[in-house]
Write a new protein. Structure first.
Length: 87
């Protein structure tokens, strides 16, 4: 396969290559300059994190709290902030 660089510096990748790598219009690629040529790699999209991905990141030292205790603490903090004019 062969291609050429346009006067605007654009390169058309052969369809077989685009299909093999599932590169469609708008696909973002990393261009890596190497001594023997150029390497193209797809930019890895950032994974959207779920609550399960965050679980366990923040370490808590103390007694376990129930959902009711956590809810009560949130309500109390909202009231405290509201009283100070924060909300």
């Amino acid at each position: 396969m062969e291609t050429k660089v346009s006067t605007k510096g654009q390169v058309v990748l052969p369809k077989a290559i685009r299909d093999r790598h599932a590169w469609t219009g708008g696909t973002r690629l990393i261009v890596e300059d190497r001594p023997d040529g150029v390497l193209l790699k797809r930019v890895e999209e950032k994974k959207k994190l779920t609550i399960d991905d965050w679980a366990g990141i923040v370490k808590y030292k103390g007694p376990r709290r129930t959902i009711e205790e956590m809810d009560a603490a949130i309500v109390e903090e909202v009231r405290r902030r509201h009283a100070r004019g924060r909300y």
